[in-house]
Design a binder for this molecule. Structure first.
Ligand SMILES: [Zn+2]
Length: 60
């Protein structure tokens, strides 16, 4: 089995985190309640996805 010959230093290992950037996720508006939501996800406000209620939202 191929294996790394030498252990990477903590410094080298932790430098990998430099590539973990914060990405700004795009938002779409819910066609039902105009609430911003993630694309291809059910709306967190009304619980609807494509005219179908998929999450029950408790109303107060
Ligand atoms: Zn909605």
């Amino acid at each position: 089995m191929p294996n790394p010959k030498h252990k990477h230093s903590k410094s080298r290992r932790d430098k990998r985190a430099a590539h973990f950037k914060i990405v700004r996720r795009s938002l779409s508006l819910c066609p039902r309640c105009r609430h911003p939501k993630l694309p291809h996800h059910a709306c967190g406000n009304c619980g609807y996805y494509r005219d179908l209620q998929v999450i029950r939202i408790e109303e107060e």
